[in-house]
Design a protein around this ligand. Structure first.
Ligand code: XIL
Length: 562
């Protein structure tokens, strides 16, 4: 269906499309280069024909080199977190201030990034003088604001799109009864788009909102509005899904299908403000879940041609609107407060890199993890690293708990070691590791390590962590069984109990005295290794026989003192 003349794709966009087409041709004509697992996000995004962006805050952009370096290196699109909002650009009527906005646009120009203008008409962060105007004055103030702000960047090659209206719906999908709506009725929406098109005929004009990522009542109301505006010739070119997600509320339903239904209306779609918050404190399992949310949003955008890209609302937990807006929540971004990459970074990276390399060779299987430093809530695992020969490079490791059909991920690591946090006290964990490459291929499962966290609360006296060192058809060696004093006083001996699988029997032991009762084994400290200072550890080992072909190993290690 051809769009009405009023909504012809903007000229600048057509130019970009031509460039994208050339890029596409290049992909077919040139031999496929292996994706580089360490390449920045923007390089992978560009090779998929998408942008990956970040909202930038004025103060660290002006003052922090580390912030600027990541912003410039990793992203090919930026949005001003606050600097282009009405309160920043026209704090009093007719007095325009573009300091922060210009700084952002200049930064983007220097770093070959496209700018999304955010936002022209919103009920929030708009000065009181606007809110108090009568209908006629308010309409002309809106038109003047749009014409001045959009007009300032109309000939700037970096600024390619605008959020014309933001959050016009309430949480139920009714038009929000904001001062705009209450004073002007729903016509302010169409008027705003027309004023923006007049001020910059080339800019991509978007409507933006939250809780519209999946298919739901609010996104359906948005869909109906966009359809009806376009039928009336109102120049709506694009729909922005903010993407303020939270792991405790679940991933929205049918994100890709939702993007696609908007795309089928003829608009571009984009994720404009992605962040994935969690209830604090952070732990490795929450980080791993968060990473899957980032991955799934990026993959949805990659799967929809009309999705232009994904903008993250900030990039470092050092500067995020979440903690002050949602008390008790945070850690929503892809870098931590110290600018270290989180699993969410890797997830975005790998999703963008996936499918570009032609690499279908998984990394080698990692070595058996060994556990140390086991406490009531945490444990450190270390394993022999994998290697990757498929071309995309080793990207990291996923750590899973073995529980049956669907093993939950306990954490992700970029190195051959991880400290798992957020574990349950006095609980046995059987965990294994898989390596990941830059194309998203997963290795086989490593052998498992079994450890039991210590008792929480009053502070368990000790923990026991067992590693199967070697095994063969009808036997195995468990070594080391590491015993650590997790209490606050020096131990006067320790006792570790565990269970041998049915049909297994002990054939030897060292550094502890082992007795059996049925399949329950009790290992007691020797004279020389029973005294452990708080935090200190020692170990023992044993060998067992089992029926040929039986792959079970002992379980249920618990430690008590003495
Ligand atoms: C937020 C900023 O991140 C904060 O710094 C500011 O104090 C309030 O606004 N939806 C939007 C964004 O469209 O403009 C908001 O940004 C976050 C929610």
């Amino acid at each position: 269906m051809s769009p009405s003349p009023l909504i012809t794709p903007p000229v600048r966009i057509r130019t970009l499309a031509a460039v994208a087409l050339l890029g596409l041709l290049a992909v077919f004509l040139l031999p496929a280069a292996p994706a580089d697992a360490s390449a920045p996000l923007r390089q992978h995004a560009a090779s998929r024909g998408k942008f990956v962006g970040a909202a930038l805050a004025a103060s660290p952009l002006a003052n922090e080199t580390a912030y600027r370096t990541i912003a410039a290196t990793e992203f090919n699109q930026v949005t001003a977190e606050n600097a282009m909002k009405w309160e920043a650009t026209e704090p009093s009527q007719g007095q325009f201030t573009f300091g922060g906005a210009d700084a952002l646009v200049n930064f983007a120009t220097q770093n070959d990034q496209q700018v999304h203008g955010h936002t022209l008409v919103w009920h929030s962060q708009t000065p009181g003088w606007v809110q108090g105007l009568g209908a006629t004055a308010m309409r002309s103030a809106m038109q003047n604001h749009i014409s001045q702000v959009v007009g300032r960047y109309a000939n700037n090659a970096a600024l390619v799109s605008w959020d014309v209206v933001n959050e016009v719906f309430d949480d139920n999908g009714n038009l929000r009864t904001s001062f705009w709506y209450n004073t002007l009725g729903q016509s302010y929406i169409a008027d705003a788009f027309r004023a923006a098109r007049a001020a910059d005929p080339d800019a991509r004009l978007c409507i933006n909102d939250y809780n519209v990522e999946g298919v739901n009542a609010k996104s359906t109301a948005m869909y109906n509005l966009v359809q009806s505006l376009r039928q009336q010739g109102v120049p709506v070119d694009c729909v922005g899904f903010q993407g303020h997600l939270a792991i405790q509320y679940g991933f929205p339903a049918q994100v890709q299908q939702n993007m696609q239904r908007f795309a089928d209306l003829g608009v571009q779609v984009r994720v404009t403000e992605l962040d994935v918050r969690m209830t604090l404190p952070r732990d490795t399992a929450k980080d791993a879940t968060q990473a899957t949310y980032y991955r799934d949003v990026v993959n949805a955008c990659l799967a929809v041609n009309a999705c232009a890209g994904v903008t993250i609302w900030g990039f470092t937990d050092k500067y995020s609107w979440v903690p002050e807006t949602f008390p008790g929540q945070g850690a929503a971004l892809i870098y931590d407060e110290s600018y270290q990459r989180k699993p969410a970074y890797t997830a975005v990276h790998d999703a963008l890199a996936g499918g570009t390399s032609g690499d279908t060779t998984p990394p080698t299987t990692p070595g058996t993890p060994s556990a140390s430093g086991v406490t009531a809530g945490s444990a450190t695992l270390t394993w022999t690293a994998s290697t990757d020969s498929g071309g995309s490079g080793l990207a990291g490791y996923n750590v899973y708990r073995e529980q049956g059909a669907t093993d939950p991920m306990l954490g992700q690591s970029g190195t051959n070691s991880i400290t798992l946090t957020g574990l349950s006290a006095a609980t046995q964990y059987q965990v294994y590791v898989r390596a990941r490459d830059g194309a998203g291929n997963l290795s086989g499962n490593s052998a498992t390590v079994t450890f039991t966290t210590s008792t929480g609360g009053g502070g368990g006296p000790c923990s026991a962590t067992a590693t199967v060192q070697t095994q063969w058809n009808n036997g195995y060696v468990v070594q080391p069984v590491t015993v650590a004093n997790t209490g606050t006083s020096t131990s006067a001996g320790w006792t570790v109990t565990f269970t041998l699988p049915a049909g297994h029997s002990l054939t030897g032991s060292w550094n502890a005295t082992l007795t059996t009762s049925g399949q329950t084994v009790t290992a007691r400290s020797m004279g020389y290794n029973g005294t452990l200072a708080p935090g200190a550890s020692t170990s023992f080992g044993f060998q067992a026989a089992r029926p040929s072909g039986d792959t079970h190993t002992p379980s249920g290690y618990t430690c008590a003192a003495p």
